[in-house]
Design a protein around this ligand. Structure first.
Ligand SMILES: O=C(O)CCC(=O)C(=O)O
Ligand SMILES: [Fe+2]
Length: 288
């Protein structure tokens, strides 16, 4: 693992913001050359997808199972500036379970009042909240990091949009699920930012009324036992992945039995943290 990640450990402020608001923004997650590199890759994959599946160029479009689409994307699996935030929140027994490359072209056909097709208020991970009904507050279980690859530093640029602090409720907190009401927050984040959010946070894509196409890569991390939310086509990465990357790509030495257990040889990330940032291990829950 890149030793520089020790300079990016989760801070108390970030932890508090994540707990209270359900998200936080880190502005310097990717240096400019990496922003350009990942934006090019994202643009290329999405253009290819639009051609193959005949998707109109002016439609908001995301490609799931994104991480394995290009070799360059392996670097994001354990990116040294962001991974410490993920394990700082979820602990060491985690994997990547879902990845999306997203393109939002500018639109002149819709206005904030008439953009029903673009607004989709939801919480993440599909049926998870629906099916776990024993508690009033839904469980966290997964989170995402969104790598902002184009400017979204002011509103109307297809900003990631949410209701801050809404992650503790299974009930939609707004007035109208088909609209971007004024109480929704368009998160303003420049290119190179990472937006970390709890999967329970009520959020939506939003409208791009700027003159630039928006690109974001959303990488979802979860506990290792959660079913993947896309095909996670990554076997071609395994021969060159580091042990930590292999863990995060879902590899287990114990086949299907591995992910619901915590065998030491499946958890190089845990031993790296124990050696380099042991103060975080004090927060890990005991196995009952
Ligand atoms: O495009 C967006 O800003 C929202 C994406 C989203 O809902 C997600 O990645 O979970
Ligand atoms: Fe989402």
């Amino acid at each position: 693992m890149d030793p520089r990640s020790l300079d990016y450990l989760l801070t108390d402020d970030e932890r508090q913001q994540f707990e209270e608001e359900g998200y936080f923004v880190m502005e310097d997650a990717l240096p400019p050359d990496q922003v350009a590199r990942f934006r090019e890759v994202t643009q290329e994959v999405i253009e290819e997808h639009r051609r193959v599946y005949n998707i109109p160029a002016d439609r908001y479009h995301g490609v799931i199972d994104f991480i394995g689409q290009r070799d360059a994307l392996l670097d994001l699996v354990d990116w040294y500036r962001t991974l410490p935030k993920i394990w700082g929140i979820l602990g060491p027994d985690i994997k990547l379970y879902h990845t999306v490359g997203m393109e939002t072209p500018p639109t002149t056909r819709y206005t904030p009042e008439t953009h029903h097709e673009w607004i989709n208020w939801h919480t993440d991970t599909g049926n998870l909240t629906r099916d776990i009904t024993e508690s009033v507050e839904p469980p966290r279980i997964s989170m995402k990091v969104g790598y902002v690859l184009s400017d979204t530093s002011s509103e109307g640029m297809a900003n990631f949009t949410c209701f801050p602090g809404s992650h503790r409720s299974r009930v939609f907190p707004g007035q109208d699920r088909t609209r971007l009401t004024p109480d929704a927050v368009q998160v303003c984040a420049p290119a190179g930012s990472a937006i970390f959010f709890d999967r329970r946070l009520w959020h939506s894509p939003s409208l791009n009324v700027s003159d630039q196409t928006r690109y974001v890569i959303f990488n979802g991390y979860s506990f290792r036992w959660l079913a993947n939310r896309d095909d996670m086509t990554v076997s071609h990465f395994m021969h060159r992945a580091t042990p930590v990357q292999k863990q995060l790509l879902g590899y287990s030495h114990h086949g299907g039995y591995g992910p619901t257990n915590s065998f030491d040889d499946d958890l190089p990330l845990k031993f790296w943290i124990l050696e380099h940032a042991p103060e975080f291990a004090e927060r890990w829950p005991e196995h009952p």
